[in-house]
Write a protein that binds this ligand. Structure first.
Ligand SMILES: NC(=O)c1ccc[n+]([C@@H]2O[C@H](COP(=O)([O-])OP(=O)(O)OC[C@H]3O[C@@H](n4cnc5c(N)ncnc54)[C@H](O)[C@@H]3O)[C@@H](O)[C@H]2O)c1
Length: 257
């Protein structure tokens, strides 16, 4: 087991990549704080982990709220006494151009996706410095290659890549590593909602598949395995990295190929 007795906090762990990561970390012996704005979903993840004889607790948390994040810190410390890994994974995606995005939608998307990384990192860093732990931020290939009708989302993911590198420089001397993962399309609710917004969702999914060199969309487990690696001692000399887990997204193949 690569992470025996480490304590891992995962935001947005009630579904998709976050849930797969919570289960993968628990399988490697970590104790997991499963945080999500939807507490029922977080409890469901904890149930799955319990069935596999892992250890986890559910915490209701809105990563865009400083008070809520402070409570997440307090509940994690109360449950497990320490924190070794923070996986900033929670995000939302507004499927609109800038012109169509309302001011409220913009502020919410920035607040959750980028603000959530800031708040969780800020409030967990004092604990991560004690354990010489690490932060993993879930960015996206959209931080490098943008796509239509998700302008704010692309902006937040580009911001997360820069924020990752900035935090790595500021906290490396304290022994805290900070990396991010940039997935391609992954088979979760976030991607399904994007397809549903298109005139022909099935065709949109097909086109999206062929944007990847592997001609398919990824599975949440294919991202969570990389998160486990980045948290483990195998990645002890990695910091400030943007690790692309994209099946070769944007490798130059036209959608009609
Ligand atoms: N699915 C993809 O194609 C894809 C591609 C690249 C990157 N990502 C990134 O992966 C991460 C996980 O997304 P996913 O694909 O698993 O989607 P998902 O919608 O299944 O999971 C997102 C989770 O975040 C939670 N959440 C939303 N707002 C929150 C808030 N304010 N506070 C706490 N939790 C909140 C949701 O309840 C949900 O459980 C995101 O950062 C996303 O941007 C996804």
């Amino acid at each position: 087991m690569k992470l025996r007795d480490r304590v891992v906090v995962i935001t947005g762990a009630g579904s998709g990549i976050g849930r797969a990561s919570a289960m993968a970390f628990a399988n490697e012996g970590a104790r997991v704080a499963v945080a999500d704005i939807r507490v029922a979903a977080a409890l469901e993840t904890v149930r799955h982990i319990g069935e596999a004889e892992g250890i986890a607790c559910a915490v209701e948390a809105d990563v865009s709220s400083a008070d809520s994040v402070q409570q997440l810190v307090d509940q994690t410390i109360r449950a497990f006494s320490r924190v070794d890994v923070l996986l900033n994974n929670a995000a939302i995606q507004v499927n609109k151009s800038v012109e169509d995005t309302t001011v409220e939608e913009w502020n919410r998307e920035i607040g959750v996706n980028l603000g959530g990384v800031f708040l969780c990192s800020k409030f967990f860093l004092p604990h991560l410095k004690k354990t010489k732990g690490c932060i993993i931020n879930m960015a996206s290939v959209n931080g490098f290659f943008v796509e239509p009708t998700c302008a704010g989302y692309c902006a937040t993911k580009g911001g997360i890549i820069a924020l990752t590198k900035a935090m790595a420089i500021d906290h490396g001397k304290e022994g805290v590593r900070v990396n991010c993962i940039c997935p391609g399309y992954i088979d979760t609710g976030l991607a399904w909602e994007y397809f549903e917004m298109q005139p022909n969702p099935a065709a949109a999914r097909e086109v999206a598949s062929k944007l990847h060199a592997l001609w398919r969309i990824g599975r949440p487990e294919e991202v969570s395995r990389v998160a486990v690696f980045l948290a483990s001692d195998d990645a002890s000399f990695m910091t400030g990295a943007a690790v692309v887990v994209s099946g070769g997204f944007g490798s130059g193949l036209p959608p009609s190929a």
